[in-house]
Design a protein around this ligand. Sequence first.
Ligand SMILES: [Zn+2]
Length: 604
Amino acid sequence: MKLRPHLLRALAPAALALLTACGSTPLPPWPSDRAAARTAPAVVNMGSAAASAPAATSPAPAVIVEAVPPPGAASAAAPAEAAAGAGAAPYGPEVAARFPDPSTVYQTPGLASGRDQFSSNSEISGWLRDLAAASGGRSRIGLLGLGASQSGTPLEALVLTRAASTDPAALLASGKPTVLLVGQQHGDEPAPAEALLVLARELARGRLEPLLDRINVVLVPRANPDGAAAGKRVTAGGIDMNRDHLLLRTPEARALARLQRDYQPAVTVDAHEYTVVGRFLEKFGAIQKFDALLQYATTANLSEFMPRASEEWFRRPLVAALNREGLSNEWYYTTSTDPNDLRISMGGTQPDTGRNVFGLRNSVSLLLETRGVGIGRLHIQRRVHTQVVALTSVLQSASQRADDLGKVRSYMDREAAGNACRGEMVTSAGPTPQRRALVMLDPATGADRSIDVDWNSALELRPLKTRGRPCGYWLAAAATQAVERLQQLGVQVMRVAEPGAVLGESYRETARTSGERSDVRGAIADAAPIVQVEVALARGVLDTPMGSYYVPLSQPLANLVVAALEPDTQNSFFANRVVDALQSQARVVGEPTMRLEPLPAGSL
Ligand SMILES: [Zn+2]
């Protein structure tokens, strides 16, 4: 196997050791910039039939849109009118003029002219059902039930594939990477759901259909239907589901966890909208400018191939696609709800958010945000256009990198498993404070205004707490809730079949406070306060009674296990009372010698 010099530089010693140990599957050579530039996708205006080309010669079909607006469609000249349905315009015509409608009109139930409501939950379900019912030709299209929301609304996904069926096994056997697109985890962020309806139609029977030669696609247009129906960020029970991907308290987060566990997407996109006026105007006296904010997974213990694949294979082509369409973009950023806190933060670094948890699942994980929260239906065609252009770029990139994605996914799975019992791991990491200029809009003139801000960079993570990586974790027989949650995440759990003993480390509490989980926005909308502890480790021989559990780290989801079971973090199972006592869990630091049997999922 030949490694390129620049690739060697990027490999940590541990990764090199693993490459040697598992050398049967060579790492894919990292593509040169020239190759990436050659395959950069072109966005073609789908209004022109001449733009169509056979998939064999053009792997990059395009955004479908209608080039000519139908009669009576809202025009770019009437942004204030478009906003009227949602109350007073949040800013004047000078700012609105910066965001003309695209030269195309998207049509979904919620985007029909004269509508003042976005697509309802039943309209979305009907749209997906119709596409699945009309399935034929070379593709299989299946509507997948993922359970029900807290108020009983069906949670649904659409699976599109050339495989023999839409079952997970058939997609995995296809050898093609699966791309998962998730929309509207936050109910008050409507554009992603409308855009995913457009994409579903184009993948089923439009210009994006040829992409299914190279990839499978799973779409969840509206992950939080209760929030959407109420026009609220949170789920019906008041929990922010996009901070629930490790704890899995909500049926909505569990639905996405099952989807991830079963379909093992190589790429996941989490599509949102962000606040345009509100606290930004309060703090900085300015309106937010960017059509799209972009980010990828930024949390501790990710494979170093994760940011690289995210950046080189996806974000750069995505930025180019947006620029070609005249859509401005920036790294994702947000600010806390505290009016006195003027810091700007790139997205959080905690292993609770979809973006970070999906990355810890070894799925290349991207965040897309359009400017939409708090402005009703204002600029909705432009917001949907931005989503469609961006998501299409991701699908095209995945199609072009299909072979590489399969190899990197397999490598990252083996790398995570192969690190068990050795080296250090980071149990807590934070962003790096920087200063930088951020462009916002003057609320009176609509002109660009550059503002120097305190910027917490999540791209450069600082380790705050490190600890040796154990071989696995022991859990007491009573820790059934933790076992169930781990299994819902897709983690393999073993049961101790005969009493034994292992070399282990138990946790001793040295300090305790009670508090709230928080992120860069402030306190998280959550179910209960947390227990924050400081711990010391005590090494010794650990009795492992029959019926207790062992969670090995020699598995692909090892870093998700670490996030859940090291107790002294705000997202841990212990802090959130999924594990009731520190004595119910311990680190196993020697190879386990007790007799273990696999615990089938759902057997508790
Ligand atoms: Zn959001």
